[in-house]
Design a binder for this molecule. Structure first.
Ligand SMILES: [Zn+2]
Ligand SMILES: [Zn+2]
Length: 387
C-alpha cells in the first residue's frame, strides 16, 4: 500500500471511530436516562411519594433496575478492548504437524495469513475488521452500535444485551403505558386546538411528506402539543401526572431500540443455530461466493463412521492415509455446523475458546458430515495431494 492510501484508510477509520463514539455516548445516555426516569421519577416520586404505594414502587424499582443496569453493564463490556480482544497471537503452525481436519485457503492445504497485519497467521474463522484495523478470531460482525467487533467469545453478552433491552422496556411500560396514553391524547388535543400549530403544521401539506410520512406528521404534531402544554405545567405535581416531552421521548426511543434489538436477536440466533456467523450468512447469500477448502491432514487421527456424523480426534484410530486430503466446501455447505444442540452449546455453554492466557491454539470442530464427504475415497468433490 502506498503512503497516501494508508493515510486515506487511517483518516476513514478515524472518522468512523468519531461517529461510533457519538453513538456510544447516545446509547449510554439513553440507558442512564431510562434508569433515572424509572427509579427516581416513576418508582420514587410518583408511585411511592405521590400515590403512597411503597410495595408497588419498591417492586417496580427492582423489576426495572435489574434488567436495565444489566443491559448497561453488558453494553460496557462489549465496548471494551477495541484493539485487543480476540486478536490472534499464535505462530503459524507447520501444516505437516497438524492432526485435525482444518479449514484452509487452497487445494494445497495452506493456512491463511493477513497481509494487513504484517502477515500474521489468521486461524480458521478469523477475519480482519477494516473498521477496527485488527484481525479478530471467531469474528461474527462489526457492530456500529457497540463500536466494536462481536466475536464468538462475546456472543453471549451480545445476545443478553439484545434480549435485556426489550425486557427492560416491557417491564417499564407496565406502569408507564396508561399515563403515556393519557399524555399523548392531551397533547394531541392541545396541538389541534392551537391556531398557530394548525396553521403551521396540521394544515400544511408538507407535514404529510417531509417528516417521515403520516407517522412522522403524527409524532411531530404530538411533540408540538407537548410544547404548548409545557406553559401550563404545575410545579407541585410529579412528572407522570403532567404531559411532558421527556417521558414521550424516552418511551419512543425505547420502543425503537427494543424492536430493533428483538429483530437482531432472532436473526443472529437463527444463523448461530445453523452454525453460521453473521459474516458467513452474508457471504452465503451474496453473489460472490468465497472459495473455502477443508483439509484432512495425513496425520489425522480421526474415526469416521459410515452411519454418521461422528469424528473422534483423540482416540488414536488413524485414517491411515499417506496423503492429505483437501476438498472444496460446496456453496450450500456449512463447514462449522455441528447440529442444532451442539451449535446451541457452542454459543451458550462453553467458556471462551481463546482466553488471553492460553498458549495453545484450539482448532474449531468441523461439520463431521462435510469431513466424511471429503475423506470418502472416490468422492468427486475431494482431491488428494501427494505429500
Ligand atoms: Zn489482519
Ligand atoms: Zn471491528
Amino acid at each position: 500500500m502506498s503512503s497516501t492510501t494508508v493515510q486515506r484508510v487511517l483518516n476513514g477509520r478515524r472518522g468512523t471511530r468519531a461517529v461510533e463514539f457519538c453513538i456510544q455516548l447516545f446509547v449510554l445516555s439513553v440507558i442512564a436516562f431510562g434508569l433515572y426516569i424509572t427509579s427516581v421519577e416513576v418508582s420514587f416520586l410518583w408511585i411511592i411519594v405521590f400515590r403512597r404505594q411503597t410495595l408497588v414502587g419498591g417492586l417496580y424499582l427492582i423489576a426495572t433496575f435489574v434488567p436495565l443496569s444489566a443491559a448497561g453493564l453488558n453494553y460496557v463490556s462489549l465496548i471494551k478492548g477495541r484493539r485487543t480482544h480476540n486478536v490472534p497471537r499464535y505462530l503459524m503452525p507447520d501444516i505437516d504437524d497438524l492432526t485435525e481436519p482444518y479449514e484452509c485457503i487452497d487445494s494445497e492445504g495452506h493456512l491463511a495469513s493477513c497481509a494487513k497485519c504484517d502477515g500474521v497467521w489468521k486461524p480458521p474463522r478469523t477475519h480482519h475488521c477494516s473498521t477496527c484495523g485488527v484481525c479478530r478470531m471467531e469474528f461474527d460482525h462489526h457492530c456500529p452500535w457497540v463500536g466494536n467487533c462481536v466475536t464468538r467469545n462475546r456472543m453471549r453478552n451480545f445476545l443478553a444485551l439484545l434480549v435485556l433491552v426489550p425486557v427492560a422496556y416491557s417491564v417499564s411500560m407496565v406502569q408507564l403505558y396508561h399515563p403515556l396514553v393519557r399524555h399523548i391524547s392531551l397533547a394531541l388535543d392541545a396541538s389541534h386546538q392551537d391556531p398557530w400549530t394548525n396553521q403551521m403544521w396540521w394544515d400544511w401539506y408538507g407535514s404529510w411528506i417531509f417528516f417521515g410520512g403520516p407517522f412522522g406528521r403524527w409524532i411531530f404534531g404530538t411533540a408540538l402539543g407537548f410544547r404548548i402544554l409545557k406553559t401550563r405545567r404545575r410545579t407541585d405535581l410529579p412528572l407522570l401526572e403532567q404531559p411532558n416531552l421527556r417521558l414521550f421521548s424516552i418511551c419512543s426511543i425505547g420502543l425503537l431500540f427494543s424492536l430493533f434489538a428483538l429483530i437482531l436477536a432472532i436473526w443472529t440466533l437463527r444463523d448461530l443455530l445453523r452454525g453460521l456467523t453473521t459474516l458467513d450468512a452474508m457471504q452465503q447469500k451474496g453473489s460472490n461466493h468465497v472459495s473455502r477448502f477443508v483439509c484432512i491432514p495425513k496425520n489425522a487421527s480421526c474415526e469416521l463412521h459410515d452411519d454418521g456424523a461422528q469424528d473422534n480426534l483423540d482416540n488414536g484410530n488413524d485414517l491411515h492415509s499417506r496423503y492429505s486430503k483437501v476438498g472444496a466446501v460446496l456453496p450450500a455447505e456449512r463447514p462449522y455446523d455441528l447440529g442444532f444442540w451442539a451449535n446451541l452449546w457452542d454459543v451458550f455453554g462453553r467458556t471462551p475458546r481463546h482466553p488471553a492466557n492460553e498458549a495453545k491454539y484450539r482448532w474449531p470442530k468441523l461439520n463431521p458430515i462435510l469431513v466424511r464427504r471429503i475423506h470418502k475415497p472416490g468422492s468427486s468433490e475431494s482431491e488428494s495431494i501427494a505429500n
